[in-house]
Design a protein around this ligand. Structure first.
Ligand code: AMP
Length: 399
Protein backbone atom coordinates (compact mmCIF):
# COMPACT_ATOMS: atom_id res chain seq x y z
CA UNK A 1 0.00 0.00 0.00
CA UNK A 2 1.23 3.48 -0.87
CA UNK A 3 1.28 6.39 1.56
CA UNK A 4 -1.59 8.81 1.10
CA UNK A 5 -1.79 12.44 2.16
CA UNK A 6 -3.42 11.24 5.38
CA UNK A 7 -0.16 9.50 6.32
CA UNK A 8 2.09 12.59 6.17
CA UNK A 9 2.48 15.51 8.59
CA UNK A 10 2.32 18.67 6.48
CA UNK A 11 1.77 21.46 9.04
CA UNK A 12 3.98 24.39 7.99
CA UNK A 13 5.67 22.21 5.36
CA UNK A 14 6.06 23.04 1.69
CA UNK A 15 4.21 20.41 -0.35
CA UNK A 16 4.82 20.07 -4.09
CA UNK A 17 1.51 18.76 -5.47
CA UNK A 18 1.64 17.30 -9.02
CA UNK A 19 -1.83 17.58 -10.57
CA UNK A 20 -3.33 17.08 -14.01
CA UNK A 21 -4.61 20.56 -14.89
CA UNK A 22 -4.33 19.76 -18.60
CA UNK A 23 -7.67 21.50 -19.24
CA UNK A 24 -9.06 22.50 -22.64
CA UNK A 25 -8.74 26.26 -23.28
CA UNK A 26 -10.37 28.33 -26.04
CA UNK A 27 -8.45 30.89 -28.13
CA UNK A 28 -8.98 33.55 -25.44
CA UNK A 29 -7.45 31.36 -22.74
CA UNK A 30 -10.88 30.58 -21.25
CA UNK A 31 -11.29 27.13 -19.69
CA UNK A 32 -13.98 25.22 -21.61
CA UNK A 33 -14.16 22.22 -19.25
CA UNK A 34 -13.00 22.52 -15.63
CA UNK A 35 -13.68 18.90 -14.57
CA UNK A 36 -9.98 18.22 -13.92
CA UNK A 37 -9.70 21.23 -11.61
CA UNK A 38 -12.89 20.36 -9.71
CA UNK A 39 -11.69 16.77 -9.18
CA UNK A 40 -8.60 18.13 -7.47
CA UNK A 41 -10.49 20.24 -4.92
CA UNK A 42 -10.69 17.58 -2.12
CA UNK A 43 -6.91 17.02 -2.10
CA UNK A 44 -6.14 20.76 -2.18
CA UNK A 45 -8.69 21.48 0.58
CA UNK A 46 -7.34 18.69 2.76
CA UNK A 47 -3.70 19.77 2.44
CA UNK A 48 -4.58 23.42 3.15
CA UNK A 49 -6.71 22.41 6.17
CA UNK A 50 -3.67 20.58 7.55
CA UNK A 51 -1.57 23.75 7.31
CA UNK A 52 0.49 22.93 4.21
CA UNK A 53 2.25 25.58 2.13
CA UNK A 54 0.97 24.32 -1.18
CA UNK A 55 2.99 24.46 -4.41
CA UNK A 56 0.93 23.17 -7.34
CA UNK A 57 2.50 22.04 -10.61
CA UNK A 58 1.06 20.63 -13.84
CA UNK A 59 1.62 20.32 -17.56
CA UNK A 60 -0.75 21.82 -20.13
CA UNK A 61 -0.80 20.69 -23.76
CA UNK A 62 2.33 19.90 -25.73
CA UNK A 63 4.62 22.97 -25.84
CA UNK A 64 7.61 20.61 -26.43
CA UNK A 65 10.06 22.47 -24.23
CA UNK A 66 9.27 25.95 -25.52
CA UNK A 67 7.47 28.82 -23.81
CA UNK A 68 4.10 28.93 -25.59
CA UNK A 69 2.03 31.80 -24.11
CA UNK A 70 -1.30 30.19 -25.11
CA UNK A 71 -0.35 27.18 -22.95
CA UNK A 72 0.43 29.19 -19.81
CA UNK A 73 -1.22 28.01 -16.60
CA UNK A 74 -1.78 31.63 -15.53
CA UNK A 75 -5.48 31.71 -16.64
CA UNK A 76 -6.13 28.95 -14.11
CA UNK A 77 -5.48 31.37 -11.25
CA UNK A 78 -8.86 33.01 -11.85
CA UNK A 79 -10.56 29.62 -11.59
CA UNK A 80 -8.68 28.67 -8.42
CA UNK A 81 -9.57 32.04 -6.84
CA UNK A 82 -13.25 31.43 -7.60
CA UNK A 83 -13.06 27.99 -5.95
CA UNK A 84 -10.95 29.14 -2.96
CA UNK A 85 -11.99 32.79 -2.46
CA UNK A 86 -10.43 33.10 1.01
CA UNK A 87 -7.07 31.56 0.12
CA UNK A 88 -4.05 33.64 -0.96
CA UNK A 89 -3.01 32.28 -4.37
CA UNK A 90 0.15 33.38 -6.22
CA UNK A 91 1.49 32.53 -9.65
CA UNK A 92 5.14 31.80 -10.49
CA UNK A 93 6.11 32.66 -14.07
CA UNK A 94 8.36 29.58 -14.22
CA UNK A 95 8.44 26.24 -12.43
CA UNK A 96 12.10 26.13 -11.37
CA UNK A 97 14.94 28.58 -10.64
CA UNK A 98 15.96 31.12 -7.97
CA UNK A 99 12.86 33.34 -8.34
CA UNK A 100 10.49 30.39 -7.92
CA UNK A 101 12.55 29.15 -4.96
CA UNK A 102 12.18 32.61 -3.36
CA UNK A 103 8.38 32.55 -3.86
CA UNK A 104 8.25 29.02 -2.42
CA UNK A 105 10.27 30.07 0.64
CA UNK A 106 8.02 33.09 1.27
CA UNK A 107 4.86 30.94 1.11
CA UNK A 108 2.89 30.77 4.36
CA UNK A 109 0.86 27.93 5.78
CA UNK A 110 -2.54 27.74 4.03
CA UNK A 111 -1.38 29.59 0.88
CA UNK A 112 -1.06 28.33 -2.70
CA UNK A 113 1.67 28.94 -5.27
CA UNK A 114 0.78 27.77 -8.79
CA UNK A 115 3.82 27.08 -10.99
CA UNK A 116 4.03 27.73 -14.74
CA UNK A 117 3.60 24.83 -17.22
CA UNK A 118 6.21 22.14 -16.50
CA UNK A 119 6.51 21.28 -20.19
CA UNK A 120 7.94 24.72 -21.03
CA UNK A 121 11.17 22.92 -20.06
CA UNK A 122 12.21 20.05 -22.37
CA UNK A 123 13.85 18.41 -19.32
CA UNK A 124 10.43 17.58 -17.87
CA UNK A 125 9.50 14.94 -20.47
CA UNK A 126 13.12 13.73 -20.63
CA UNK A 127 12.99 12.97 -16.90
CA UNK A 128 16.17 15.01 -16.51
CA UNK A 129 17.65 14.41 -13.02
CA UNK A 130 18.95 17.99 -12.65
CA UNK A 131 15.49 19.39 -13.48
CA UNK A 132 13.92 16.95 -10.99
CA UNK A 133 16.41 18.18 -8.37
CA UNK A 134 15.41 21.81 -9.05
CA UNK A 135 11.74 20.91 -8.56
CA UNK A 136 12.53 18.96 -5.39
CA UNK A 137 14.41 21.99 -4.02
CA UNK A 138 11.09 23.85 -3.79
CA UNK A 139 9.46 21.57 -1.23
CA UNK A 140 9.67 19.29 1.81
CA UNK A 141 7.12 16.76 0.51
CA UNK A 142 5.95 15.53 -2.87
CA UNK A 143 2.33 14.51 -3.48
CA UNK A 144 1.27 12.94 -6.77
CA UNK A 145 -2.39 13.31 -7.68
CA UNK A 146 -2.00 13.33 -11.48
CA UNK A 147 -3.50 9.96 -12.40
CA UNK A 148 -3.85 11.04 -16.04
CA UNK A 149 -0.05 11.13 -16.39
CA UNK A 150 0.89 8.39 -13.92
CA UNK A 151 2.00 6.16 -16.83
CA UNK A 152 4.65 8.70 -17.89
CA UNK A 153 8.25 8.62 -16.73
CA UNK A 154 8.60 12.41 -16.45
CA UNK A 155 10.72 14.50 -14.06
CA UNK A 156 7.74 15.87 -12.10
CA UNK A 157 6.32 12.36 -11.75
CA UNK A 158 8.96 9.71 -11.17
CA UNK A 159 12.00 12.03 -10.88
CA UNK A 160 10.95 14.21 -7.92
CA UNK A 161 9.29 11.37 -6.04
CA UNK A 162 12.70 9.73 -5.61
CA UNK A 163 14.12 12.88 -3.99
CA UNK A 164 11.44 13.81 -1.43
CA UNK A 165 9.24 12.00 1.09
CA UNK A 166 6.13 11.22 -0.97
CA UNK A 167 2.46 10.26 -0.91
CA UNK A 168 -0.49 10.00 -3.29
CA UNK A 169 -3.43 12.43 -3.24
CA UNK A 170 -7.10 11.44 -2.95
CA UNK A 171 -7.71 11.31 -6.72
CA UNK A 172 -4.75 9.07 -7.47
CA UNK A 173 -5.48 6.90 -4.43
CA UNK A 174 -9.11 6.42 -5.47
CA UNK A 175 -8.26 5.59 -9.10
CA UNK A 176 -5.52 3.10 -8.28
CA UNK A 177 -7.28 1.44 -5.35
CA UNK A 178 -10.63 1.16 -7.18
CA UNK A 179 -9.16 -0.29 -10.36
CA UNK A 180 -6.69 -2.63 -8.63
CA UNK A 181 -9.33 -3.62 -6.06
CA UNK A 182 -11.75 -4.68 -8.78
CA UNK A 183 -9.03 -6.52 -10.73
CA UNK A 184 -7.76 -8.37 -7.66
CA UNK A 185 -11.12 -9.33 -6.29
CA UNK A 186 -13.91 -9.10 -8.90
CA UNK A 187 -17.44 -10.14 -8.01
CA UNK A 188 -18.51 -12.61 -10.70
CA UNK A 189 -19.61 -12.68 -13.45
CA UNK A 190 -16.87 -10.26 -14.48
CA UNK A 191 -17.67 -8.88 -17.95
CA UNK A 192 -15.31 -6.71 -20.01
CA UNK A 193 -16.54 -4.67 -23.00
CA UNK A 194 -13.93 -3.38 -25.42
CA UNK A 195 -14.35 -1.28 -28.53
CA UNK A 196 -12.83 1.64 -30.37
CA UNK A 197 -10.32 1.75 -33.17
CA UNK A 198 -6.84 1.31 -31.73
CA UNK A 199 -6.35 -2.44 -31.42
CA UNK A 200 -2.67 -2.03 -30.49
CA UNK A 201 -3.70 0.09 -27.47
CA UNK A 202 -6.11 -2.49 -26.12
CA UNK A 203 -4.91 -5.93 -27.19
CA UNK A 204 -2.56 -6.20 -24.17
CA UNK A 205 -5.54 -5.43 -21.98
CA UNK A 206 -7.22 -8.54 -23.45
CA UNK A 207 -4.03 -10.51 -22.70
CA UNK A 208 -4.19 -9.61 -19.00
CA UNK A 209 -7.97 -9.71 -18.60
CA UNK A 210 -8.18 -13.26 -19.97
CA UNK A 211 -6.60 -14.22 -16.64
CA UNK A 212 -9.30 -12.43 -14.65
CA UNK A 213 -12.59 -11.97 -16.51
CA UNK A 214 -15.37 -14.45 -17.30
CA UNK A 215 -16.55 -12.81 -20.53
CA UNK A 216 -14.88 -10.36 -22.93
CA UNK A 217 -17.25 -8.67 -25.37
CA UNK A 218 -15.42 -7.11 -28.31
CA UNK A 219 -17.17 -4.57 -30.55
CA UNK A 220 -16.15 -1.43 -32.45
CA UNK A 221 -13.29 -1.37 -34.94
CA UNK A 222 -11.35 -3.78 -32.70
CA UNK A 223 -13.72 -6.63 -33.46
CA UNK A 224 -12.62 -6.95 -37.10
CA UNK A 225 -9.03 -7.92 -36.26
CA UNK A 226 -10.47 -10.73 -34.11
CA UNK A 227 -13.03 -11.74 -36.77
CA UNK A 228 -10.24 -11.84 -39.36
CA UNK A 229 -8.21 -13.99 -36.95
CA UNK A 230 -11.16 -16.41 -36.94
CA UNK A 231 -11.10 -16.50 -40.73
CA UNK A 232 -14.17 -14.37 -41.49
CA UNK A 233 -14.56 -12.02 -44.45
CA UNK A 234 -14.55 -8.45 -43.10
CA UNK A 235 -14.83 -6.43 -46.32
CA UNK A 236 -13.13 -3.04 -46.01
CA UNK A 237 -13.52 -2.87 -42.23
CA UNK A 238 -10.77 -1.55 -39.99
CA UNK A 239 -7.99 -4.08 -39.59
CA UNK A 240 -4.74 -4.15 -37.63
CA UNK A 241 -2.80 -6.68 -39.74
CA UNK A 242 0.13 -6.69 -37.32
CA UNK A 243 -2.04 -7.97 -34.50
CA UNK A 244 -4.04 -10.69 -36.30
CA UNK A 245 -1.63 -13.40 -35.11
CA UNK A 246 -1.76 -12.16 -31.51
CA UNK A 247 -5.58 -12.06 -31.74
CA UNK A 248 -5.51 -15.72 -32.88
CA UNK A 249 -3.35 -16.67 -29.89
CA UNK A 250 -5.65 -14.77 -27.52
CA UNK A 251 -8.71 -16.61 -28.86
CA UNK A 252 -6.98 -19.97 -28.25
CA UNK A 253 -5.77 -18.88 -24.80
CA UNK A 254 -9.27 -17.71 -23.83
CA UNK A 255 -10.75 -21.03 -24.88
CA UNK A 256 -8.23 -22.97 -22.81
CA UNK A 257 -9.05 -20.78 -19.77
CA UNK A 258 -12.80 -21.11 -20.37
CA UNK A 259 -13.09 -17.35 -20.80
CA UNK A 260 -15.68 -16.37 -23.40
CA UNK A 261 -14.53 -13.89 -26.04
CA UNK A 262 -17.78 -12.79 -27.69
CA UNK A 263 -17.53 -11.18 -31.14
CA UNK A 264 -20.29 -9.48 -33.16
CA UNK A 265 -22.66 -11.82 -35.01
CA UNK A 266 -24.09 -8.95 -37.07
CA UNK A 267 -23.11 -5.44 -38.12
CA UNK A 268 -24.31 -2.09 -39.38
CA UNK A 269 -22.26 -1.50 -42.49
CA UNK A 270 -21.67 1.28 -45.01
CA UNK A 271 -19.97 1.51 -48.38
CA UNK A 272 -17.84 4.50 -47.30
CA UNK A 273 -16.56 6.03 -44.07
CA UNK A 274 -18.95 8.97 -44.22
CA UNK A 275 -21.67 10.59 -42.13
CA UNK A 276 -24.27 10.38 -44.94
CA UNK A 277 -23.71 6.76 -45.97
CA UNK A 278 -26.71 4.47 -45.57
CA UNK A 279 -26.44 1.86 -42.79
CA UNK A 280 -27.20 -1.74 -43.88
CA UNK A 281 -27.32 -4.76 -41.60
CA UNK A 282 -25.30 -7.89 -42.42
CA UNK A 283 -24.56 -11.05 -40.47
CA UNK A 284 -20.92 -11.91 -39.74
CA UNK A 285 -21.28 -15.08 -41.79
CA UNK A 286 -22.49 -13.09 -44.81
CA UNK A 287 -20.25 -10.04 -44.62
CA UNK A 288 -20.19 -8.52 -48.14
CA UNK A 289 -17.04 -7.46 -49.95
CA UNK A 290 -16.67 -3.67 -50.33
CA UNK A 291 -18.53 -2.82 -47.11
CA UNK A 292 -17.16 -1.35 -43.87
CA UNK A 293 -18.46 -2.60 -40.53
CA UNK A 294 -19.26 0.58 -38.60
CA UNK A 295 -21.42 -0.57 -35.70
CA UNK A 296 -22.51 -3.76 -33.98
CA UNK A 297 -25.89 -5.00 -35.25
CA UNK A 298 -29.16 -5.51 -33.31
CA UNK A 299 -28.58 -9.22 -32.60
CA UNK A 300 -25.11 -8.46 -31.21
CA UNK A 301 -26.57 -5.64 -29.10
CA UNK A 302 -29.03 -8.06 -27.58
CA UNK A 303 -26.29 -10.65 -26.86
CA UNK A 304 -23.98 -8.02 -25.32
CA UNK A 305 -26.75 -6.48 -23.19
CA UNK A 306 -27.76 -9.93 -21.90
CA UNK A 307 -24.20 -10.50 -20.60
CA UNK A 308 -24.10 -6.99 -19.14
CA UNK A 309 -27.37 -7.54 -17.31
CA UNK A 310 -25.97 -10.58 -15.48
CA UNK A 311 -22.58 -9.04 -14.72
CA UNK A 312 -21.52 -8.07 -11.19
CA UNK A 313 -18.25 -6.46 -12.31
CA UNK A 314 -17.93 -4.53 -15.58
CA UNK A 315 -15.04 -2.83 -17.32
CA UNK A 316 -15.94 -0.81 -20.41
CA UNK A 317 -13.48 0.93 -22.70
CA UNK A 318 -14.19 2.14 -26.23
CA UNK A 319 -17.26 2.74 -28.44
CA UNK A 320 -19.06 -0.11 -30.22
CA UNK A 321 -19.11 1.72 -33.52
CA UNK A 322 -18.49 4.98 -35.31
CA UNK A 323 -20.85 6.64 -32.86
CA UNK A 324 -20.00 10.10 -34.22
CA UNK A 325 -22.29 9.23 -37.20
CA UNK A 326 -25.90 9.01 -35.97
CA UNK A 327 -26.78 5.90 -38.02
CA UNK A 328 -23.87 4.00 -36.38
CA UNK A 329 -24.39 5.19 -32.79
CA UNK A 330 -26.94 2.61 -31.59
CA UNK A 331 -24.47 -0.03 -30.42
CA UNK A 332 -22.57 2.40 -28.17
CA UNK A 333 -25.78 3.93 -26.83
CA UNK A 334 -27.34 0.55 -25.99
CA UNK A 335 -24.15 -0.66 -24.29
CA UNK A 336 -23.96 2.61 -22.29
CA UNK A 337 -27.57 2.12 -21.18
CA UNK A 338 -27.00 -1.55 -20.28
CA UNK A 339 -23.90 -0.70 -18.21
CA UNK A 340 -25.71 2.13 -16.38
CA UNK A 341 -28.90 0.08 -15.84
CA UNK A 342 -27.12 -2.70 -13.98
CA UNK A 343 -27.28 -1.39 -10.41
CA UNK A 344 -25.83 -4.58 -8.92
CA UNK A 345 -22.55 -4.34 -10.82
CA UNK A 346 -19.46 -2.32 -10.03
CA UNK A 347 -18.73 -0.74 -13.41
CA UNK A 348 -15.49 0.99 -14.30
CA UNK A 349 -15.56 3.06 -17.47
CA UNK A 350 -12.44 4.47 -19.10
CA UNK A 351 -11.63 6.14 -22.42
CA UNK A 352 -12.85 9.53 -23.62
CA UNK A 353 -15.52 8.29 -26.05
CA UNK A 354 -17.21 5.84 -23.66
CA UNK A 355 -17.34 8.54 -20.97
CA UNK A 356 -18.59 11.14 -23.46
CA UNK A 357 -21.45 8.85 -24.57
CA UNK A 358 -22.50 8.24 -20.96
CA UNK A 359 -22.44 12.00 -20.29
CA UNK A 360 -24.46 12.69 -23.42
CA UNK A 361 -27.13 10.25 -22.21
CA UNK A 362 -26.85 11.74 -18.70
CA UNK A 363 -25.95 8.32 -17.34
CA UNK A 364 -22.48 9.09 -15.99
CA UNK A 365 -23.69 9.62 -12.41
CA UNK A 366 -24.96 6.02 -12.34
CA UNK A 367 -21.52 4.52 -12.90
CA UNK A 368 -19.48 3.13 -9.98
CA UNK A 369 -16.21 4.58 -11.26
CA UNK A 370 -15.41 6.81 -14.22
CA UNK A 371 -11.68 6.85 -14.67
CA UNK A 372 -10.09 10.25 -15.31
CA UNK A 373 -7.01 8.79 -16.99
CA UNK A 374 -7.54 6.88 -20.24
CA UNK A 375 -3.89 5.88 -20.83
CA UNK A 376 -3.12 5.24 -17.17
CA UNK A 377 -6.21 3.08 -16.63
CA UNK A 378 -5.38 1.02 -19.74
CA UNK A 379 -1.93 0.36 -18.25
CA UNK A 380 -3.51 -0.83 -14.98
CA UNK A 381 -5.92 -3.09 -16.88
CA UNK A 382 -2.91 -4.47 -18.77
CA UNK A 383 -1.39 -5.40 -15.44
CA UNK A 384 1.47 -2.90 -15.81
CA UNK A 385 2.91 -0.93 -12.91
CA UNK A 386 2.52 2.85 -13.23
CA UNK A 387 5.83 4.74 -12.85
CA UNK A 388 3.98 7.54 -11.01
CA UNK A 389 2.70 5.12 -8.40
CA UNK A 390 5.67 2.78 -8.11
CA UNK A 391 8.01 5.51 -6.83
CA UNK A 392 5.72 6.72 -4.04
CA UNK A 393 6.75 5.74 -0.50
CA UNK A 394 5.09 2.67 0.92
CA UNK A 395 3.02 2.84 4.07
CA UNK A 396 4.92 1.78 7.16
CA UNK A 397 3.89 -1.51 8.78
CA UNK A 398 1.80 0.01 11.60
CA UNK A 399 0.14 2.76 9.49
P1 AMP B 1 -10.32 4.44 -29.40
O1 AMP B 1 -9.60 5.72 -29.16
O2 AMP B 1 -9.42 3.30 -29.74
O3 AMP B 1 -11.27 4.08 -28.27
O4 AMP B 1 -11.21 4.66 -30.70
C1 AMP B 1 -12.32 5.51 -30.73
C2 AMP B 1 -12.78 5.66 -32.16
O5 AMP B 1 -13.09 4.39 -32.68
C3 AMP B 1 -14.01 6.50 -32.36
O6 AMP B 1 -13.67 7.70 -32.97
C4 AMP B 1 -14.90 5.64 -33.28
O7 AMP B 1 -15.45 6.35 -34.36
C5 AMP B 1 -13.94 4.60 -33.78
N1 AMP B 1 -14.60 3.36 -34.17
C6 AMP B 1 -15.45 2.62 -33.46
N2 AMP B 1 -15.90 1.59 -34.18
C7 AMP B 1 -15.32 1.67 -35.39
C8 AMP B 1 -15.39 0.89 -36.58
N3 AMP B 1 -16.16 -0.19 -36.66
N4 AMP B 1 -14.64 1.27 -37.63
C9 AMP B 1 -13.87 2.38 -37.57
N5 AMP B 1 -13.75 3.16 -36.46
C10 AMP B 1 -14.46 2.80 -35.40
Amino acid sequence: MKKTIEDIEVQNKRVLLRVDFNVPLDENGKITDDTRIKKEVPTIKYLLSKGAKLIICSHLGRPDGKVVPSLSLEPLIKKLVSIFPTIKIKFAFDCVGPQVEKLAKELKSGEILLLENLRFHIEEEKNDPIFAKKLAKLADFYVDDAFGTAHRNHASISGVARLLPSAVGFLMGKEVNTILGVLENPVRPFVVVLGGAKVSDKIYMVLNLIKKADVILIGGGMAYTFLKAKGYEIGNSLIDEENVELAKELLIEAESKKVKIVLPVDHKCGTAFSSDVKAKRYKTKKFPKGYIGMDIGPKTISIFTRYLKKARTIIWNGPMGVFEFEQFSQGTEKVARAVARNKKAKAIVGGGDSIASLKLLELDKKIYHISTGGGASLKLFEGSILPGVEVIDNKEENE
